[in-house]
Design a protein around this ligand. Structure first.
Ligand SMILES: Nc1ncnc2c1ncn2[C@@H]1O[C@H](COP(=O)(O)OP(=O)(O)OP(=O)(O)O)[C@@H](O)[C@H]1O
Ligand SMILES: [Mg+2]
Length: 367
């Protein structure tokens, strides 16, 4: 246990910063010593000081926590004994007048217990409020996505139809245009842009209105091998070696095969695109027996991700690529979350990136 952990343990109140808690504690110690010293000079003031100590016990418990509060309650009690029984006889032999001492002591401890109880309730309430806030944010996000999905569906329909017509006529025009006119490049460009527009619409629709997963029992390694071979052409073209290290004891997972092909294609494509001068894309699978979870690591030796980009990585439409839509990782995350999995990322700028996906086995995540 290091000093900070010990200090945090001592000052159990978590809502204030460690320096604030320490400051309140030590200034209260100073105030206590001052009162103690002042009491030597005048006996009557002692009783007044006992009341002032309530305030100190209260603030120490409220700001610094239960243990410091108890310390002050004990110190204040010993002070009270000094005031009421100056000659410090045995407490059991106190006279009726001196019995006034006990309510004082009782109140010190009562303050600590009550304030601590309130403090803990406030802490619980604050946590609940934060959880509620998080839930609200999630609901708002889902509502927004649903609305975006509705709009996207409408727009997709409205745009795709004319786009198909334009695509058809451009192809027709291309055929009719004499080859020697030098217009091939222009037609190629127009057709590519139409294709790209279509892709953006499809991606947005997929992102905002993800299909309900059509789950079946799937061998994870087989899906990854399929995707590796799909990307191998692009890998060769970009001088990227693709290595696959499967663990063979992974049981079949219950998931939507097509959606996971899409997830791995997105991630593999990102990895290849991050290695413009070639490199290695290594994919490995592991099986965590205790958590009954399959783990997939996707490592690349590419450019890495800067902290600024890392912050916005999964934000829809965030892209650093000229022709990217910035929806790839958002789609991946949605699919993985819909399968009760998690996706994480670690990266070292200039050295590479590792995406880690964890997928629970069917018996640990019943539908
Ligand atoms: N393996 C990686 N290495 C470095 N940067 C990455 C990697 N994967 C993702 N990124 C960064 O995250 C951004 C968002 O990725 P995402 O897949 O969501 O969109 P995109 O690849 O830009 O566009 P799209 O997937 O639609 O073609 C990328 O633009 C890139 O900057
Ligand atoms: Mg991408």
């Amino acid at each position: 246990m290091n000093t900070k952990t010990l200090a945090n343990h001592f000052f159990s109140e978590r809502s204030f910063s460690l320096p604030t808690k320490a400051f309140i504690f030590f200034s209260s110690c100073a105030a206590f010593l001052l009162l103690n010293y002042a009491h030597q000079t005048s006996h009557d003031e002692g009783r007044l000081f006992l009341y002032v100590l309530y305030l100190i016990v209260f603030s120490v418990t409220f700001f610094s926590g239960f243990i410091p509060g108890i310390i002050f309650a004990v110190l204040s009690s010993s002070f009270a004994v000094k005031v009421f029984v100056p000659e410090i006889r045995e407490i059991v032999n106190v006279s009726i007048a001196e019995m006034e001492l006990f309510p004082f002591i009782a109140v010190y401890f009562l303050i600590v217990i009550t304030v601590d109880w309130f403090r803990q309730n406030i802490e619980t309430l604050r946590k609940q409020l934060a959880e509620n806030e998080e839930l609200h944010a999630q609901t708002r996000r889902i509502e927004k996505l649903a609305l975006a999905g509705e709009i996207a569906a409408g727009i997709t329909h409205e745009i795709r139809n004319p786009l198909t017509v334009i695509h058809g006529y451009v192809q027709l025009l291309e055929k009719k245009c004499p080859k020697e006119s030098g217009s091939e490049e222009i037609f190629k460009l127009i057709l590519e842009e139409i294709k790209r527009t279509n892709q953006i619409i499809t991606d947005f629709l997929r992102f905002s209105r993800p299909d309900t997963p059509k789950k079946e029992y799937v061998q994870l390694n087989e899906v990854l091998e399929t995707v590796s071979s799909l990307i191998s052409g692009e890998g060769m073209r970009k001088d990227v070696d693709i290595c696959f290290y499967p663990t063979l004891d992974i049981p079949p997972l219950y998931l939507d095969r097509n959606q996971f092909i899409q997830v791995f294609l997105n991630l593999f494509n990102n990895a290849v695109q991050a290695m413009p001068n070639g490199g290695t894309l290594s994919v490995s699978t592991l099986w965590d027996k205790n958590k009954k979870t399959a783990i997939i690591h996707i490592n690349d030796s590419g450019t890495g991700i800067s902290p600024e980009v890392m912050e916005k990585l999964f934000t829809p439409f965030f892209t650093t690529k000229e022709s990217g839509t910035g929806l790839g990782l958002g789609i991946c995350q949605n699919i993985i979350l819909a399968h009760k999995g998690v996706i994480g990322v670690e990266s070292v700028l200039g050295q590479g990136t590792r995406f880690t996906i964890e997928l629970p086995a069917p018996d640990t995540s019943p539908d």
